[in-house]
Unconditional design. Sequence first.
Length: 244
Amino acid sequence: MSDPASQNDATDEIIEAEPQRREPVFNLPGIVIAIIGACVAIHLIRVYVLSPDQDVALLIRAAFIPIRYSGQYDLEIWAFTSPLTYAFLHGGFAHLIINMVWLAAFGSPLANRLGNMRFSAFFAVTTLAAVALHYVLHSTDAAPLVGASGAISGMMGAAARFSFQVDRSQGKPAFAGAPLPIRDVFRSRTAMTFLGVWMVINLVTGLVGLTPGEASQIAWEAHIGGFLAGFLGIRFFDRKREFA
């Protein structure tokens, strides 16, 4: 008959021999890393490589400038690419860092749920929706519009539809369950608290600015456009069709 103490010791040795599963400190999807890498690289090139004149030339081509579409100027290729490329430019290091932190926080679980292709499409559509609302309200503005805030606001809108429920069963965070019907979002205390705080922050940002001294920032109206596109349109991008 075997000794119970010996059996316990053997069990302990097996448990100790099994490698412990550890969560990585940074568990970002590849598509999110790619977007962050592109934004950071472009900003570093603008700051440390380009001359002031070259940077202005880049802004003219890659930033979204509403007055470009007023009929006073020829529509070059930049008129068709800048509604997307503006998202990869930022007004300063503070603007860049804040956006990349929010992108990592809200983009990662959404990218894990949608997959690379659908997430890329979501990023593009919310970027366009953000700039579209900005254009409607500021069609004669000559100031360049830059920043990924519109797309990130879209990701926040999508998060509200999931009521911030995160599933880690596969070892990487992803929003759990089907997107909530809009009426249920307005019944969720978590979602409504987030929406209220988000709205206040955007109003304050529009009135006093997020990073004083940096003029080229995405406007709060663009945040609203991106948020609405993500909030209302997440069902079109979600590949998990277990909802009606």
